[in-house]
Write a protein that binds this ligand. Structure first.
Ligand SMILES: NC(=O)c1ccc[n+]([C@@H]2O[C@H](COP(=O)([O-])OP(=O)(O)OC[C@H]3O[C@@H](n4cnc5c(N)ncnc54)[C@H](O)[C@@H]3O)[C@@H](O)[C@H]2O)c1
Length: 254
């Protein structure tokens, strides 16, 4: 099959690439010509994705990486520079959803876990990605994966919500700081999407309720989120920065 090579010669780093949105984005960017740097804490899942990408002749290098660890984030960016000589696009996608509890029953450990992976993971990634992009004096794109839970209440998921609100603060502040360097930084805020984070988790028995809480009466498909991620990463999307884009079937319009 011949693919449209909109991302030809672009080097794209994706965290959380072993599953769900991260792996789907890797295939989408790879099919459109990007060279990939992939990271995930789940080695087996990551290796399977890499093998499938390689079978399609997509150029890919990877590291097992826990985004909450500074040394892992340094190594992932260095892998991009060592392998492809540059970093054009970074997608801070890795994330976890902590157990659902009423606010007063959330443990300190669960709160710390959500903040460490979902917020500190994005902070550390951006710090080293920005450093590489500034040094290269090329333009750059960073896309952070927040959530509608970063734009409004997420009952029983207060720590997840807090961690995703913080991602938007990191996104907007860095976007203003680095706009003059032509580094565009945005966040995407999906509503519940058909990935393992929902379909193979504590949320799987709540899908009918979640469907009904959206004006479109359904979850997002992975492809519907990936299409917007591609638009946000596109070299043709030159004037959008500092935005938190909801892709939510109308949920935040309610
Ligand atoms: N699926 C949804 O409904 C939904 C909605 C809004 C936002 N999001 C966000 O989208 C992102 C992707 O989620 P998904 O739905 O594809 O989930 P997923 O569970 O399918 O994939 C997440 C991936 O991140 C990896 N990961 C987890 N902790 C990590 C860590 N510390 N370091 C590196 N990798 C780690 C996992 O191993 C997994 O491969 C997350 O940030 C999530 O919060 C998802």
């Amino acid at each position: 099959m011949v693919f449209n090579k909109k991302f030809k010669d672009q080097v794209a780093l994706i965290t959380g690439a072993g599953s769900g949105l991260g792996s789907a984005l890797a295939f989408a960017l790879g099919k459109q010509g990007a060279k990939l740097i992939l990271g995930d804490v789940n080695q087996i899942a990551l290796q399977k994705v890499v093998a499938d990408l390689t079978a399609l002749d997509i150029q890919v290098a990877f590291n097992v990486c826990d985004v909450s660890q500074n040394t892992d984030q340094v190594a992932l960016v260095q892998l991009a520079l060592d392998t492809w000589g540059r970093l054009d696009i970074a997608v801070n996608n890795a994330g976890i959803c902590p157990p659902m509890h009423s606010f007063h029953e959330i443990s300190e450990a669960d709160f710390d876990f959500a903040m460490n992976v979902n917020t500190k993971g994005v902070f550390l990634g951006m710090k080293h990605q920005l450093s590489a992009m500034v040094k290269s004096e090329l333009s750059g794109v960073i896309l952070n994966v927040s959530s509608v839970a970063g734009l409004g209440a997420a009952p029983k998921l207060a720590s997840y919500s807090a961690s995703k609100y913080a991602v938007i603060g990191l996104t907007k502040t860095a976007a203003v700081e680095y706009a003059k360097k032509n580094i565009r930084i945005n966040a995407i805020c999906p509503f519940y999407t058909q990935t393992p984070l929902v379909t193979e988790s504590q949320l799987s028995d709540k899908i009918e309720f979640l469907n009904n809480s959206s004006p479109m009466k359904r979850l997002a498909t992975t492809d519907e989120i990936i299409d917007v991620m591609l638009m946000l990463c596109s070299p043709q999307n030159t004037y959008m920065t500092g935005q938190a884009i909801a892709v939510d079937g109308g949920v935040t319009a309610l």
